[in-house]
Ligand binder design. Structure first.
Ligand code: IPE
Ligand code: IPE
Ligand code: MG
Length: 241
C-alpha cells in the first residue's frame, strides 16, 4: 500500500528495454517502441491518478541519433501518433505537456504536433508531463553555462554571484522553462544500472529504483512497487539524525 503522505512530487523515468522486448518476441525494434508508447500512456494516466505533480520521461537522448535512420524516424512517427491520438485524453485529464531538450533538430512534423499539444494543454493544472526529447544532461549543463557566461560577459552579474539556485533555474526543469522540482525518484527499467546522461544536475539526491522489467512490460502495478520502494528509503541528504 502506498503512503499518500509520502508520494514523490516529481518522478522521472528512463524508459529502457523496448528493443530487447521486441527481439525476445522475434519482432522489429519498432514494435518494441510502439509497445513502449502504450506503456507510457498507462503510466501518464496512473501518475495522474496517484496525484503525482510532475512526470518526466526520457524518450530520446542526444546519443540516440547514433541509431539507424529507420529506427529514429520510426520513433518520432510513433511519438506523433501518440500525441495526436491522445490529445483529447490529455486535455480532458487536465495534463499539461512540456518538452525537455533541444528540439531544434528533431523532425518538423514531430515538432508541429508537439507544439500543438503543448499549446492545447498549457492552461491545464493537473499532472505536468515532461517529455525529454533530444535531451542530454551534459548538453543541458553546457547550454546553462553558455547563458550564464553571457550574463557575466554583459556585466549583468559577477562570477561570484553564480549560485546553485541560479544554475538550477537555467536547466530545462528550472524556473526559466518548466519550474519542476528535482525528481525525488528516478526509475530505470530494462536492467541497466546507469543514468545514460539523464538529469545529471537534478539527480544529485534522487532515489534510484531499477525494476527488473523491460519498459513495454512496465505496468501500473510495477510503478506502484517502485514508488513503495522509494517510500521505504531513508533520505538523509548528507545529514545524520
Ligand atoms: C528505450 O529502449 C527507448 C529509446 C532509447 C528510444 P531501447 O531502444 O534502448 O531498448 P533496448 O535497450 O535496445 O532494449
Ligand atoms: C537511455 O537509454 C535513453 C532513453 C531511454 C531515451 P539507452 O538505451 O539509449 O541507453 P544506453 O545506451 O543503454 O546507455
Ligand atoms: Mg536501451
Amino acid at each position: 500500500m502506498l503512503n499518500k503522505d509520502r508520494m514523490p512530487k516529481h518522478v522521472a523515468i528512463i524508459m529502457d528495454g523496448n528493443g530487447r522486448w521486441a527481439k525476445a518476441k522475434g519482432l522489429h525494434r519498432l514494435a518494441g517502441h510502439n509497445a513502449g508508447m502504450q506503456s507510457m500512456k498507462k503510466i501518464v494516466d496512473h501518475s495522474d491518478k496517484l496525484g503525482i505533480k510532475y512526470l518526466t520521461v526520457y524518450a530520446f537522448s542526444t546519443e540516440n541519433w547514433k541509431r539507424s535512420l529507420d529506427e529514429i524516424s520510426g520513433i518520432f512517427k510513433l511519438l506523433v501518433k501518440y500525441v495526436n491520438s491522445d490529445l483529447k485524453g490529455l486535455v480532458e485529464n487536465n495534463v499539461k505537456v512540456k518538452l525537455l531538450g533541444d528540439y531544434s533538430t528533431i523532425p518538423g512534423d514531430a515538432v508541429k504536433s508537439l507544439e500543438k499539444t503543448i499549446e492545447a494543454t498549457k492552461y491545464n493544472t493537473g499532472l505536468q508531463f515532461n517529455i525529454a526529447l533530444n535531451y542530454g544532461g551534459r548538453d543541458e549543463i553546457k547550454k546553462a553555462l553558455q547563458c550564464i557566461a553571457g550574463e557575466v560577459k554583459n556585466g549583468n552579474i559577477e562570477p561570484n554571484d553564480i549560485t546553485e539556485d541560479m544554475i538550477s533555474s537555467y536547466m530545462y526543469t528550472g524556473s526559466k522553462f518548466n519550474d519542476a522540482p528535482d525528481p525525488e525518484l528516478i526509475i530505470r527499467t530494462g536492467g541497466e544500472l546507469r543514468l545514460s546522461n539523464f538529469l545529471l544536475w537534478q539527480s544529485a539526491y534522487s532515489e534510484l529504483v531499477f525494476p527488473d522489467v523491460l519498459w513495454p512490460d512496465f505496468t501500473p502495478e510495477e510503478y506502484e512497487k517502485a514508488i513503495a520502494d522509494y517510500q521505504g528509503r531513508e533520505r538523509r541528504f548528507g545529514g545524520r539524525k
